[in-house]
Ligand binder design. Structure first.
Ligand SMILES: [Zn+2]
Length: 166
């Protein structure tokens, strides 16, 4: 079994973290700390989340419980059968991401959990698939006349070096 990179096993505390989908129908509990956490930039995850990347916590299946709303969960298995994702039928929130090669592990979007999960996301998968439109922490400033809207400080043309050989 491949359980991801070799990560020092953290002591189980018996502590519980609770997560939920956007509409609240599905409630998930995990025993913390989670096994590991990472940022997933792969194209599949981009589409499944409608985002440039998603941050996951990987857990042993035995440490994850659906405590409410199991009937509200639908699943999608990729055409190659290598991954199964689940989501809330009502609000569409992505809930789990399982890979057939890691049968004992299940991955949950970090965002489901408002509180701590015992692991910092220090790893990246599919970094080379990060889209050019992903936010890369460029400095921003308020956009005049649009409260709450920030705009990147440096014009993009200046930020990108011109290639004379292109
Ligand atoms: Zn929901």
């Amino acid at each position: 079994m491949n359980a991801g990179p070799k990560i020092k096993r953290a002591k189980q505390t018996g502590e519980i973290a609770t997560g939920q989908c956007l509409c609240g129908a599905v409630v998930i509990e995990i025993e913390i700390p989670a096994f590991w956490a990472w940022h997933d930039h792969s194209r599949e995850t981009q589409i499944a989340h409608g985002a440039a990347s998603a941050t996951y916590i990987g857990c042993w299946r035995s440490k994850v419980r659906i405590v409410n709303g199991a009937e509200a969960i639908n699943t999608f298995t990729s055409a190659n059968g290598q991954s199964t994702r689940s989501f809330c039928k009502t609000c569409g929130t992505p809930l789990t991401y399982a890979r057939s090669r890691d049968a004992k592990m299940i991955n949950l979007p970090r965002a489901l959990f408002a509180g701590r999960t015992g692991r910092e996301p220090r790893y990246h998968i599919g970094l080379e698939q990060m889209p050019e439109w992903a936010y890369r922490q460029e400095p921003v400033k308020p956009l005049k006349g649009y409260p709450g809207v920030m705009v990147v400080k440096t014009p993009r043309a200046k930020a990108v070096e011109m290639n004379p050989f292109a």
